[in-house]
Design a protein around this ligand. Sequence first.
Ligand SMILES: CCCCCCCCCCCC(=O)SCCNC(=O)CCNC(=O)[C@H](O)C(C)(C)COP(=O)(O)OP(=O)(O)OC[C@H]1O[C@@H](n2cnc3c(N)ncnc32)[C@H](O)[C@@H]1OP(=O)(O)O
Length: 209
Amino acid sequence: MTSLDSLDGIAMAKRRGRRLEDTPHTQAYREMLAAVRGFQNAVVQANPSPEELAQMTASLQEMQAMLEAQAVPEVERWYGRGGGRDGKLQLVTPQLRIDVVEEDRIQAHTVAEEFYIGMNGAMHGGIVAAIFDALLGRMASGAQGRVCRTAYLTTNYRAITPLNERLDLVAKVESVERRKRFVSGQLWHGDTLCAEADALFVELLPGHQ
Ligand SMILES: CCCCCCCCCCCC(=O)SCCNC(=O)CCNC(=O)[C@H](O)C(C)(C)COP(=O)(O)OP(=O)(O)OC[C@H]1O[C@@H](n2cnc3c(N)ncnc32)[C@H](O)[C@@H]1OP(=O)(O)O
């Protein structure tokens, strides 16, 4: 373990929350992540032949070894950093595009690709919750970039959330009590309310992981 592995939660979030600067090297990393997204979408849709599967498995194992040889401590990683216009550099949820940021309200949109399927064309419920966690966490952090963690997140599923279609999201601060921020969110497909959530985010204290 290096000294950089033992930062507290606030210091780590401040380091990792910054937008990743643009260089030819980081641009190449963004392009690789976009290719991984494309690959994930292709994986869930294909039933390749045994020969193709063996070929792809060997290629993937080779790429995995290349990545493992370049592994760095969490605080130095580009993954998870702010990516600017294209949202965070991450693969957990569809990319969230933030359209409007106000003190107590955020508007955003996204399009979830095939990788995020649950069944029968509907988005996986865990991904819906993960989208709310990211968006409501951003709302709780506010313009000051408070470092908060989710204490609870309740998601209500009202209608299936479609893939490959524009989805509109809104988040609001409902109330604030000391370190606690109660926030709510809605996910819409056109005029259809697909899901809504309410959550409590608690601001971290110095020394908290
Ligand atoms: C688009 C780009 C996005 C970019 C932005 C991306 C943001 C992403 C955000 C993602 C965040 C995550 O997923 S975080 C990962 C998931 N969450 C976690 O792992 C959190 C695990 N839990 C914890 O670490 C802890 O329990 C905390 C930090 C939540 C709270 O611990 P603490 O700091 O010691 O505080 P504690 O004294 O217990 O509680 C403080 C106050 O909150 C209340 N409280 C605490 N927990 C609860 C609870 N579950 N339900 C009700 N109330 C609670 C207490 O009663 C108390 O109220 P009172 O006495 O003051 O009235």
